[in-house]
Design a protein around this ligand. Structure first.
Ligand SMILES: NS(=O)(=O)N[C@@H](Cc1ccccc1)C(=O)O
Ligand SMILES: [Ca+2]
Ligand SMILES: [Ca+2]
Ligand SMILES: [Zn+2]
Length: 317
C-alpha cells in the first residue's frame, strides 16, 4: 500500500476495481480487456472508450499509456483522469460526448504493474523504475525501433536504463506492441495519435529520441514540423516545455520512436509535475497534487484527440 498520507494514489487492486466499475457503470461506451500479462502475471488492463464500444468502428483511434516507469505513480492517476473524464462526462458534456462518439480512445493505466507494486511494498517508497524481470529492464528502452543503437540505454542489467536482452524481451513492452500491431486493419494502422505519460520535469517530448537530428529516415521536415506544432500547442495549454526528446538526452528503444518509426503514430511523451527539484522526492508528490496535476492536462488531451482526426494542425501550417 501507499505510505500514510498518500492514500489518494491507487494500488493495482484499487486501479483494477476502478476500471471494472467504469466498465460496468458505462457498459455502452466502456469495454475492459487486457493486452496481456506482466512478468509476474498481472493483467495489463486496456480500457476502450467509444460510442458503440463493442463495435470496431471506422473512427480515429487514440492510445494513452501510463506508468512504464514504476515510481511514476502520478501517471497512473493521469490515465485514471482520462477514464473518469470521458466516461462520467459522456451525455452531459457536449465536447466530451462528441469525442467519445467520433473516436475510439484506448487507455492502458499501468504498463508496469509489477514495478509499481514493488515500489510501494513494505509501506515505503523503493525508488524503483524498471520492471521486475531479473535485475529489472527499463521498459522504455526495450522497444524495437533502433533498439540499443546509439548509446541511449545500457547493456548492464544493474543499470537503471538497462535495455533488456533483446528488443521486446520485457513482456510488458511486448504486450503493448502486440496490441498496437493488432490495430493494423486492412493494411492501415487505426491508431493515429498517442501520449506516454511519465514524471517528472514538465515537458512535452516528441521523436526521435535515438538521434539529435530533427529529421532522419522516416521523419520528413513536414512531419517534424507537425510534431513541433502540435507539441507546442499542447505545451501552451499545460505550461510544460516542448522539445524533441533528444534535445534533452539520447534514448534508444523508447516507445515514441517505435510508435512513429514502426506505425507513423503521432506519439508524444509528457513528463508531468514537478518541474524540478528534490531528486528522488520529485517522483513522490503528495496526493493533494493528483487532482490539479492531472486536470492540468485535460486541454492537451483534447488537442491530441482533435489532432488524431487529422487536418487541423496541417491546415495551420
Ligand atoms: N521518466 S524519465 O525521467 O525516465 N524520462 C523518460 C522519458 C524521456 C525520454 C527522453 C528524454 C527525456 C525524457 C525516459 O525514459 O528517460
Ligand atoms: Ca465508436
Ligand atoms: Ca476502429
Ligand atoms: Zn519515466
Amino acid at each position: 500500500d501507499f505510505p500514510e498520507g498518500d492514500e489518494g494514489y491507487h494500488t493495482y487492486a484499487e486501479l483494477t476495481d476502478k476500471l471494472e466499475q467504469a466498465a460496468s457503470d458505462h457498459g455502452d461506451i466502456a469495454q475492459l480487456s487486457s493486452v496481456g500479462d506482466s512478468f509476474e502475471g498481472r493483467a495489463l488492463h486496456l480500457l476502450k472508450i467509444s460510442g458503440n464500444a463493442a463495435q470496431d468502428e471506422d473512427e480515429p483511434e487514440v492510445l494513452f499509456t501510463c506508468n512504464q516507469h514504476a515510481r511514476e505513480h502520478l501517471t497512473t492517476e493521469m490515465c485514471l483522469r482520462i477514464v473518469e473524464r470521458f466516461t462520467d462526462g459522456y451525455g452531459s458534456d457536449p465536447a466530451i460526448t462528441e469525442f467519445v462518439d467520433s473516436r475510439e480512445i484506448y487507455v492502458i493505466p499501468t504498463v508496469n504493474p509489477d514495478g509499481a507494486e514493488y515500489d510501494i511494498s513494505g509501506g515505503e517508497y523503493q525508488g524503483w523504475r524498471k520492471n521486475r524481470q531479473d535485475q529489472g529492464t527499463d521498459v522504455n528502452r526495450n522497444w524495437g525501433y533502433e533498439w540499443g543503437c546509439c548509446g541511449g540505454s545500457s547493456d548492464d542489467p544493474a543499470d537503471e536504463t538497462y535495455r533488456g536482452t533483446e528488443a521486446f524481451s520485457s513482456p510488458e513492452a511486448k504486450a503493448v506492441a502486440d496490441f498496437v500491431d493488432s490495430r493494423v486493419v486492412g493494411g492501415a494502422q487505426q491508431i493515429t495519435a498517442h501520449i506516454d505519460f511519465h514524471t517528472y520535469s514538465e515537458l512535452v517530448l516528441w521523436p526521435y529520441g535515438y538521434t539529435s537530428d530533427d529529421t532522419a529516415e522516416g521523419m520528413t521536415p513536414e512531419e517534424a514540423k507537425r510534431f513541433a506544432d502540435v507539441g507546442t500547442e499542447m505545451a501552451e495549454s499545460n505550461g510544460y516545455t516542448p522539445q524533441q526528446s533528444s534535445d534533452l538526452y539520447i534514448t534508444d528503444g523508447s516507445i515514441n520512436d517505435w510508435m512513429w518509426g514502426e506505425h507513423k503514430i503521432l506519439s508524444f511523451t509528457f513528463e508531468m509535475y514537478p518541474a524540478s527539484g528534490g531528486g528522488i522526492d520529485g517522483f513522490y508528490p503528495p496526493d493533494e497534487q493528483i487532482g490539479p496535476q492531472t486536470e492540468r492536462n485535460d486541454e492537451a488531451v483534447d488537442i491530441l484527440l482533435r489532432e488524431a482526426g487529422g487536418t487541423a494542425a496541417s491546415a495551420r501550417s
